[in-house]
Design a protein. Sequence first.
Length: 253
Amino acid sequence: MNNTYKTIIIDDEAPARKGLQNLLSQFPETFTIIAIAKNGIEAKEKIENLQPDLIFLDIEMPECSGFELLAKLAQIPIVVFCTAYNQYALEAFETNSIDYIVKPVKKERIAKTVQKLTSFQKNISQDEMLKVLKDIANKKEVKKMTSITVKKNERLIFIKLDEVAFFEADNIYTKIHSDSGVYLSNETITNLENKLPDNFLRIHRGIIINKDFVNDIQKYFNSRFIITLKNSKQSTVTSGRSYNEVIKSWIAG
């Protein structure tokens, strides 16, 4: 009896489609690839005709994005988003019928998806999916801040984010390290992480760096990295072990 997931791969880039197809073929007990689509329009037709259990879906595609495709489907299969754009709010994908993979896709990450499939529903309703997409859109709107305001004595100072090298947690406050000085914000590091644009990356539970300021990265022991920044002090920061995969994904591009 065949209990594999009937699967469709949807991506506008041929190398990505081929690479994913090769990876999924290494899990024949889980995936049966029934079709491949190179855009959202083609994918809609194949999903409606073939009724897959599961789709691997790129988000950024011309003409019809992955999100737009899902909004057009009456019945949505299990979705594994597969994209190079990691700015989308990852927590929005923590449902029982959606997963999220950042390119480049590795066999180890597909293995995690296989494990997750045991708790996934076979289908997600359009209403449920649209709610998830709305959550993502709302979180993307939040991330439009371009400056941060701090209070110094009786004055309010506006610091442009493109002048900030890194943020550092300081108890319930956060230090802002910029070339104009070090400032203290009453925002927590976690609140800032949810608001900052995509050129900022959390590399430690107490540190967020501006990727535009990175000068070099060196491997350190215990799956950590030492990162040197291009600010006036040539600051160095050390990543946390639990952020190893996040940093490696960013380095891989």
